[in-house]
Design a protein around this ligand. Structure first.
Ligand code: NAD
Ligand code: DAU
Length: 372
């Protein structure tokens, strides 16, 4: 694995080389979770991965077709707040570690309906922490709890500066406020109960299998179809983009080797203004499909009303992740964006199923019988 570089001796190793584990991954049918599982199920054949996902609109089991029959993988449809189900899973599967990704993740949806974000991201993280604590206390073992979080908890930057792990929390949207609250719970469970926790706060991810509601897949689909490209505000908001595979390698590394109680920022050192990304996508789609008779796709850019409370700039200082854990992102943005545009343009069937809702039938078709 590329990011298995030298480890600082100050970083307490969590897993000895060769030590195997049963790991509960929550939200594994979503964008990042499915990319993570496709990676680790194959890269770590001795470990067992149990994917607990409620299959909200964002959960798509088709993302996991490549690994669904792997002997070290099991899917369970369920809710992270279902105490009985969790107790049984921790017991039956002898879960020794949790990678917690399940969440409501889209800022625009959080503005329209904040309640679901507080329920899922805050109350259900609490339920999961408590289930893990009880199960590990019963077994007399110290499991690891890795909470996957976001750079948005730090708020918005001006033209300069980077978010470090010491930047005070200053969340601005219902989504980021709910993620900040969940981070605080995880921190408190380490401090108060001695739980072995790690938190990673990552910047914007892009890559294959992302539900077409976030900036990059939305723009690729609309550019493909010659539709207006809705850029919020003046298009000058800046995000630090990281390929999802690089994030997944960071998660795997921090889960195994991160220090207990520690937070790690993860980012691509790759800041882009939204308008420049949209232009780059237009050019890449023109290159693949040819320009339209009416002209290049950049002409489709349409400035629309701004997102309320829209954070201006995010940028991550990932030096702790790099220095302590030896992590390095592999993808250049040029390669990552080109491959991503190509992936979505080739993924017509997958996208069509996302758009018409038929992806939700995958569970019935492929799992219902197997589960009896
Ligand atoms: P996503 O919306 O694509 O997937 C979320 C998954 O969680 C879905 O499969 C959904 O069905 C599942 N889920 C939701 N509520 C659940 C519940 N109560 N019980 C079980 N499963 C439930 O999200 P994503 O983009 O893959 O993000 C994953 C995590 O990473 C989130 O915690 C998010 O805050 C964080 N994160 C995302 C990004 C990004 O750019 N996408 C960046 C940094 C951090
Ligand atoms: O920073 C990490 C976060 O990145 C994650 O925690 C979130 O889960 C993830 O959704 C993402 O949040 P953003 O709000 O930054 O991502 P989104 O893709 O929604 O928007 C990226 C930028 O593009 C943002 O400035 C808003 C803008 N935008 C978005 C959409 C969907 C547009 O201009 N037009 C659009 O249609």
């Amino acid at each position: 694995m590329l990011c298995g570089g030298s480890l600082s001796t100050v970083a307490a190793l969590h897993l000895d080389a060769g030590e195997l584990m049963n790991i509960l991954v929550t939200g594994g049918a979503g964008f990042i979770g499915s990319n993570l599982l496709r990676h680790v199920v194959r890269a770590r054949p001795g470990d067992r991965f149990v994917n607990l996902d409620r299959l909200t609109y964002a959960g798509n089991l088709a993302n996991l077709a490549e690994i669904e029959d792997a002997p070290n993988y099991r899917f369970v449809q369920g809710d992270i707040c279902d105490g009985q189900l969790l107790a049984a899973l921790f017991e039956d599967e002898a879960i020794g570690g949790v990678i917690h990704l399940a969440a409501e993740s889209h800022v625009d949806r959080s503005i329209l309906g904040p309640g679901e974000f507080v329920r899922t991201n805050v109350q259900e993280t609490l339920a999961l922490l408590e289930a893990a604590r009880a199960a590990w206390a019963r077994r007399g073992t110290a499991g690891r709890f890795h909470h996957v979080s976001t750079d948005e908890v730090y708020g918005s930057l001006g033209d300069t500066g980077l978010f470090t792990e010491d930047t005070p929390y200053s969340p601005n949207s219902p989504y980021s406020a709910s993620k900040a609250a969940s981070d605080h719970l995880v921190r408190a469970w380490h401090h108060t109960y001695g739980m072995d926790t790690v938190i990673t706060n990552c910047s914007n991810n892009y890559g294959p299998w992302q539900f077409p509601e976030k900036l990059i897949p939305v723009m690729i689909c609309k550019a493909r179809d010659g539709e207006p490209l809705p850029v919020y505000g003046d298009g000058g908001n800046v995000r630090d983009w990281l390929h999802v595979q690089d994030h997944c390698e960071a998660i795997d590394l921090a889960f195994r080797e991160g220090r207990a109680g520690r937070t790690y920022n993860v980012g691509g050192d790759n800041e882009w203004r939204n308008i420049d990304i949209v232009h780059a996508i237009c050019d890449a789609v023109d290159e693949r499909l040819g320009a339209q008779p009416q002209g290049p796709r950049r002409r489709l850019v349409t400035f629309v009303g701004d997102r309320p409370g829209h954070d201006r700039r995010y940028a991550i200082d990932a030096s702790r992740m790099r220095g302590e854990l030896g992590w390095t992102p592999r993808y250049t943005f040029e390669r990552g964006l080109r491959e991503t545009v190509g992936w979505y343009l080739d993924a017509g069937e997958w996208l069509a199923a996302c758009m018409d809702g038929s992806y939700r039938e995958y569970f019935e078709r492929n799992y219902a019988n197997k589960m009896g």
